[in-house]
Design a binder for this molecule. Structure first.
Ligand SMILES: Cc1cc2nc3c(=O)[nH]c(=O)nc-3n(C[C@H](O)[C@H](O)[C@H](O)COP(=O)(O)OP(=O)(O)OC[C@H]3O[C@@H](n4cnc5c(N)ncnc54)[C@H](O)[C@@H]3O)c2cc1C
Length: 595
């Protein structure tokens, strides 16, 4: 497919793209599939057989698994060749992240090392810092950690107290403070530590080696899940950090921290996809073995409903993940062609798509929680047994809604970032919203007519969903003005609508493109997935929009707006029972996720 620059972040709210312009997983090339297979082989050979042992919080075992993955080259996927890696595209990085996502706590340790543990230095380090550290992080010779959170500074990350004072002779900073909840703390050799220099109000970033005198690592926390991943506090007691280990410029730390979090969020979206596919496989295989009332439980409609819904949500997330990944790749290539350094081009390309990163973090983590919860339910009592993989998956899933910015923070970010980008001039959110608000009485013109072809009708429905998003943004902004930030409940409603828009549109474009590539006979089940998804999304969007409208509008306006929402969220009826049964039947016949 062509490498044209995609829409700007958030622009999907006001602009459409054609199916041929989006990348879909069905287009992975041979090399990408080989890399995914290598990751899968490694998980099956080394990680899965050892996973119960890692649960005993054995730091040495997790460390040795990480080292082995490094020896195999898996830690160099995101790192350019000149710094010891393989410089793979962002799509490939995401495919690797997805595959590793099936590896329970190993996945968290691996992703923390390869992402937040390595990339701050790759993206913001000097040539010397990259040569000294990244080349060895890319092979697993060194292991990395990212130290932002403190006891008093979680979501409010810039409020940390860790301090760096420049020594009188100007040769080093003296670091004092405490970090907590640090992934890989137990064995990481290199830490990116965020601290304020002197009386600064903003953070700076430092590369700290674990063996610098004064670095003290606490014992591992006792956690609900991801028990194999080392999470601990780190204390810094008069640690001398050479000035050459300042990362980026003084005061640039918060920007570095946020950019790295955008990257972490979007990769978490890929990670949870791998975990969800694993949970689906466990679910269907159990349902195909377990008999009750003389038949396999996979023959029951209630179980088929669960299996199908697991597939629908997973497939939908996948569509959005790879759509935005390719948009990111295209933007990175553009920045590089304009002369930007490779590392900077990568992080700027990823950070640009902050709206989509937050969407995928929230939607992906909640998708996995749903999928694994249903996996436990399909297992009945056995799902509650610590012997079963789904029990571990259930506990491990929960953290995804908390780290890389909680889902509360990310929901707010979806709306806030889209509005800020629009105000900056990236796209005309408010102009389009005002037009729709003015035309409230004419809104029924956008209602699906029934005369459109299948995809035009679906995309028209999505376009109507966008109008609902714009109506609520416009109404809430007008009502609350500068105090909109204090109306988090309304912002959450709007955020969820925007999220459904992006996921539904990505899914529709993917199915349309599969049909263009493989023909109509190849997509009947994909059309079922799309039908059910859009039908359900319409109900969810209508509910969220009603909640928002009745919260911000005066009663007489609220009724008018609610009516507009009803018109715009109208969709053709779908026999969702039959559609879900067909989806489940394929899964049951394959006995493994093959969509
Ligand atoms: C297993 C694990 C691994 C981790 N790994 C790392 C790591 O490697 N490096 C690192 O630096 N950190 C790490 N963290 C920390 C993690 O990023 C934080 O826990 C997270 O950012 C939330 O901060 P907090 O725990 O202080 O919660 P708080 O910020 O205290 O939040 C408590 C609740 O209040 C909500 N809340 C907070 N502010 C707002 C607001 N403005 N509006 C609405 N709601 C709000 C939150 O959403 C949450 O529901 C890890 C945490 C865990 C549990």
């Amino acid at each position: 497919m062509e490498n044209r620059i995609g829409l700007k972040s958030g622009e999907f709210l006001v602009k459409e793209v054609e199916a041929r312009e989006v990348f879909i997983p069905e287009e992975f090339n041979e090399e990408q599939q080989m890399i995914a297979q290598t990751c899968r082989d490694f998980l099956n050979a080394e990680v899965i057989p050892n996973i119960d042992n890692t649960e005993k919080q054995d730091r040495e075992l997790m460390k040795s698994l990480l080292k082995k993955s490094g020896e195999l080259g898996l830690m160099g996927i995101s790192v350019p060749e000149e710094f010891g890696g393989f410089g793979q595209s962002f799509v490939t990085q995401m495919l690797a992240a997805e595959t590793i996502g099936a590896g329970y706590s190993f996945s968290v340790a691996f992703m923390a090392h390869c992402g937040i543990g390595t990339l701050p230095i790759l993206y913001y380090g000097t040539y010397e810092q990259r040569q000294k550290y990244v080349t060895r992080l890319a092979t697993g010779e060194l292991l990395g950690a990212y130290c932002l959170t403190e006891p008093g500074a979680g979501s409010d990350a810039n409020s940390g107290k860790t301090n760096a004072r420049l020594s009188e002779d100007g040769t080093h900073y003296i670091l004092n403070g405490q970090k907590m909840w640090i992934t890989n703390a137990g064995f990481a050799d290199i830490q990116t530590v965020f601290a304020k220099i002197g009386n600064d109000r903003v953070l700076s970033a430092f590369i700290v080696e674990k063996d610098f005198p004064g670095v003290v690592i606490g014992p591992d926390e006792h956690k609900m899940g991801i028990k194999g991943s080392s999470t601990a506090q780190i204390f810094y007691n008069d640690v001398k950090v050479p000035v050459e280990n300042l990362l980026g410029k003084p005061g640039e730390g918060f920007r570095i921290a946020l950019s790295i979090l955008h990257m972490g969020r979007i990769k978490l979206g890929a990670n949870v996809l791998g975990a969800a596919k694993k949970a689906i496989n466990d679910s269907v295989q159990y349902a195909n073995e377990r008999k009750q009332f003389g038949v396999l439980i996979s023959t029951f409609g209630a179980i088929k409903h669960k299996l199908a819904e697991q597939v629908i949500r997973t497939f939908a997330v996948e569509s959005a993940i790879y759509r935005v990944s390719k948009d990111i790749d295209n933007l990175i290539e553009k920045y590089k062609s304009e002369g930007c350094d490779k590392g900077r081009a990568s992080i700027d390309g990823i950070s640009h798509y902050a709206v989509e990163a937050a969407i995928l973090k929230v939607y992906g983590s909640e998708m996995l929680d749903f999928v694994i919860d249903e996996a436990v339910q399909i297992h009945g009592g056995m799902g509650y047994s610590a012997e079963m993989a789904v029990e571990k998956g259930y506990r491990d899933s929960r953290i995804n809604r908390i780290f890389e910015g909680t889902n509360e923070i990310n929901r707010l970010l979806v709306v806030d970032t889209a509005m800020k980008r629009a105000m900056k001039g990236d796209f005309d959110l408010f102009g389009e919203a005002a037009k729709i608000a003015q035309d409230l009485d004419l809104l029924s013109a956008g209602k699906p007519t029934g005369n459109l072809d299948y995809y035009s009708e679906k995309l028209q429905v999505v376009k109507n969903f966008k109008k609902i998003a714009l109506l609520t943004i416009q109404g809430a902004s007008k009502q609350f003005d500068k105090k909109l930030g204090q109306e988090q409940e309304v912002l959450n409603n709007i955020s969820d609508i925007i999220t459904e828009v992006y996921i539904a549109e990505s899914l529709a474009l993917r199915v349309q493109k599969i049909e263009a590539l493989k023909g109509a006979s190849a997509v009947s089940l994909y059309r079922d997935i799309l039908d059910v998804y859009v039908y359900d999304a319409a109900g969810k969007i209508a509910k969220k929009a009603h909640d928002a409208v009745y919260s911000f509008a005066a009663p007489e306006d609220a009724e008018k707006l609610a009516k507009a929402v009803d018109i715009l969220s109208a969709v053709k009826g779908v026999n969702s029972k039959d559609a879900r049964r067909r989806i489940a039947d394929k899964l049951i016949a394959d006995n493994v996720y093959k969509f």
